[in-house]
Design a protein around this ligand. Structure first.
Ligand code: SF4
Ligand code: SF4
Ligand code: SF4
Ligand code: SF4
Length: 766
């Protein structure tokens, strides 16, 4: 779950070398060309999206940056000329600083003075240690073990190894907790899959599949074997390695091997970076260079020391010994836990954790036969064209794929993780319905899958609560039915009588608005005021009013929906209701298309339809200027599901002084607010990423006000604006509120603060 939208994330990652987050248009070409991206772990497009939307929590939970091995294939075909490989690298650098609890990694990555200063300080410490605590300096022969007794060196080595391991493991544990936070994986899987960690730690096997140039993997593999051998010799076999006589020990062979490969490969890599032989090396950072340079000089000074020792030059040997350690120790102490070298642990850990997650996946509980019985075979004809995924709003923010869900359903290959979880994240916005070339009703398919999961009582915890409230209190928010009419406050809300023209049906989100500003309730009060102005007779069921049942319907709970639907219909019959006026497009849809189902029911209309007619007939006359630039957010259930796109626009256009502008996605192609289909109760809905994207679209057209005609949309958009800390820059308002503002000057409304955002501020905001 993303708790907040972090407007600084974009800027923060740029400090680590990401250059092109703004130009990515989310086409997904890079993910398609990445040889390592998979259906379950998609990148790099998804990472760009997190960065663009400021989804810090999601980025922190992503193992994907570590699954990228920097082959650069994704750079080749980006239509915008972005270089995703660089952004993945920058994200890895940033993640390294986020895992590190000491804060040192961040300082070292972002400040050259800190990097050089830290290396210099450790180096000086080593030199001073030898200046003050060296053993007897024997000059008539080479006696390293006298100058630096091997027992003390061994104790020093082991102490250093223990401290480094402690830092590295504690940081890796933080990485583990972030990635596995929401998973419930049995311990035995971690144990049995530990081999994946060891395999990838030892071989970096994934790199072989990354890019066409296999020699890069081979060079890296040899380098790793070189320095791992060297570290083993220094830490475990120092007694055999640091000797004064010329007796030969087999460990020398390993020493020669390690020295050879480290020298050869570091020089080769260094030159390759310097000559920018490969395109991906165009943007090397200090941390990339230092790593190679320190490794090279550690080895070189080791060779020189060995040579002067064999030549029998005692003083030169001791001096070179100290210089060698003054380079090797800072390299290990600084680079392994806090610098680039930490990737030696983080990469295999990410591979291990994703393997564990995949192994823990259990087969989907959605029975295909049951699904076919409920909705027929149409969904089986999916040709996997991916159109639905391309238009799905969630795909813009988190890689959600209805195409993949359909494939898993049709082939019965889904798991509880990739299918049974995913079906709850659909907002039922129906953006995918029309464009499907096979005419598959994806929303119905997903709803049927939810019904099956409901019958098996495997509903996500966060959805159990609204369902329980619906069953017990008749609303999903758990509000007291006796307090339902409180939203109207001082407005006269008469009890419905048969002689009333309309039965005003209030949305539960308005009635139980718990936001600090109670703005949804305030917006709700605009409609009865307008109805009174136009002399429209209406009444309400007051404390008897209950939810239309739409949340239960969309969440697949047939019995709760049936109970609410029957209770409502009984109420309509008892009070001889002819016409229902709804404030929410969700109620409108439910009464009009679901309750009706062939039965004679009261005619239902949305309030925007009535208000438009009242303006046309002259019963309502907007006369006061509302000098603002307004854009209209089409609620999915008003526009796409019910074809009402013009009535709200005509209302807004009738207001003097108001300038109506259109966002990029409008009318039938509106971008969902992220709250439909029960998502308002889910962590995915409350992450605000979709509503945040919509706010961005409103900022793009320089709107002061984003108007809407749905309490759920209002709630989602307002939360996103607050989370972006721009709630006073772009005001979320209901269409009825704006109309009332123009009719009744005394009306109290949140005034938009006119701010002309500069382009860079807009980028920062969204
Ligand atoms: S190919 Fe380029 S524009 Fe398309 S998603 Fe990847 S980075 Fe963005
Ligand atoms: S650099 Fe290679 S592995 Fe990384 S995202 Fe690009 S194509 Fe995939
Ligand atoms: S648009 Fe239709 S046919 Fe194409 S992948 Fe989606 S469901 Fe299948
Ligand atoms: S209904 Fe909307 S959210 Fe659900 S799969 Fe289709 S496009 Fe995506």
């Amino acid at each position: 779950m993303n708790k907040t939208i972090d407007t600084n994330l974009h800027r923060e990652i740029a400090q680590f070398g990401a250059r092109d987050m703004d130009i990515c248009m989310q086409c997904g070409t890079c993910s398609a060309s990445c040889p390592l991206s998979s259906d379950t772990d998609t990148f790099p497009r998804k990472i760009y999206r997190y960065l663009q939307l400021g989804l810090r929590d999601k980025l922190l939970k992503s193992p994907e940056p570590w699954l990228c091995y920097y082959c650069g294939e994704c750079n080749l075909d980006c239509p915008r000329g972005a270089e995703p490989a660089e952004t993945m690298m920058a994200t890895r650098r940033w993640l390294t600083t986020q895992y590190d609890w000491t804060g040192l990694a961040k300082k070292l990555y972002l400040s050259e003075s800190w990097e050089y200063g830290a290396l210099g300080a450790v180096s000086l410490f080593i030199i001073l240690l030898f200046v003050f605590f060296h053993g007897p300096v024997i000059t008539d022969r080479v006696a390293v073990n006298s100058f630096a007794p091997v027992m003390w060196i061994e104790i020093g080595d082991l102490t250093m190894a223990a401290i480094l391991t402690l830092f590295l493991l504690s940081n890796a544990f933080r990485m583990f907790r972030l990635i596995m936070e929401d998973t419930h994986i049995p311990l035995h899987l971690y144990i049995t899959e530990a081999k994946a960690f060891l395999l990838h730690f030892a071989t970096q096997k994934r790199w072989r599949e990354c890019g066409s140039d296999r020699s890069r993997w081979l060079k890296h593999f040899l380098l790793v074997t070189g320095y791992m051998t060297m570290m083993t010799l220094i830490i475990v076999f120092i007694r055999w390695f640091q000797v004064d006589d010329s007796s030969w020990h087999f460990t020398s062979l390993f020493g020669y091997y390690a020295t050879g490969v480290i020298l050869f490969i570091t020089v080769e890599m260094f030159l390759s970076r310097r000559r920018k032989k490969e395109a991906i090396h165009r943007f090397s950072e200090l941390s990339d260079w230092l790593f190679l340079i320190l490794l090279f000089f550690t080895t070189l000074t080791g060779i020189i020391m060995h040579a002067v020792r064999l030549a029998g030059w005692p003083i030169s040997t001791y001096v070179m010994y100290v210089i060698h350690l003054a380079i090797a120790v800072p390299m290990l102490v600084i680079e392994v836990p806090f610098g680039k070298w930490s990737h030696l642990f983080y990469r295999p850990l990410a591979v291990f954790l994703t393997t564990v997650r995949q192994k823990a996946a259990r087969p989907s509980r959605i029975d295909i036969t049951d699904l076919r019985t409920r909705i027929g075979d149409m969904f089986m004809s999916c040709l996997q064209c991916g159109t639905c995924t391309a238009v799905c709003p969630w795909n813009q923010t988190n890689g959600y794929s209805p195409r993949l869900m359909l494939r898993h359903m049709a082939l019965a290959t889904g798991t509880t993780q990739n299918l049974d979880t995913a079906v709850w994240n659909c907002t039922t916005c129906d953006a995918c319905g029309d464009p499907c070339p096979r005419g598959i009703t994806i929303v119905d398919t997903i709803r049927a899958a939810r019904e099956i999961l409901n019958q098996q009582q495997t509903v996500p915890e966060s959805l159990k609560i609204p369902l329980q409230h619906l069953a017990a209190k008749g609303n999903p928010w758990g509000g007291d039915p006796n307090q339902r009419p409180d939203w109207a406050r001082d407005i006269d809300l008469p009890a419905y009588r048969p002689e009333h023209t309309y039965c005003l049906f209030t949305c539960c989100t308005t009635a139980y608005d718990d936001s600090p500003s109670r703005h949804i309730q305030q917006a709700g009060r605009a409609l009865p005021k307008l109805l009174n102005q136009a002399d429209i007779s209406f009444g309400s069921f007051g404390t008897q009013e209950i939810c239309c049942g739409e949340p239960a319907l969309q969440l697949g709970n047939e019995s709760i929906f049936a109970a609410l639907s029957q209770a409502n219909q009984a109420l309509f019959q008892k009070h001889q209701v002819d016409k229902i006026l709804t404030t929410s497009p969700h109620c409108l849809h439910t009464f009009k298309h679901v309750y009706a189902n062939g039965k004679a029911l009261p005619a239902t209309e949305h309030y925007t339809e009535l208000l438009e007619r009242l303006i046309q007939s002259g019963a309502l006359v907007p006369k006061f200027d509302v000098a603002a630039t307004v854009t209209f957010h089409d609620p999915c259930y008003l526009g796409r599901h019910n074809g009402i796109t013009e009535a709200p626009r005509r209302i807004l256009s009738s207001i003097p002084g108001m300038r109506l502008v259109e966002m990029r996605d409008n009318r039938d192609h509106s971008l969902c607010c992220g709250g439909g289909g029960g998502c308002a109760f889910m962590p995915i809905g409350s992450d605000g990423s979709l509503a945040g994207a919509r706010i961005r679209q409103a900022l793009d057209v320089r709107a002061d006000i984003i108007a809407t005609a749905c309490p759920t949309c209002m709630r989602m958009l307002q939360q996103a604006a607050e989370s972006l800390r721009i709630a006073e820059t772009i005001v979320v308002q209901d269409v009825a509120e704006l109309l009332l503002q123009s009719i009744e000057k005394s009306y109290e409304h949140p005034l938009p603060i006119h701010v002309n955002l500069e382009l860079d501020q807009e980028v920062l905001h969204a």
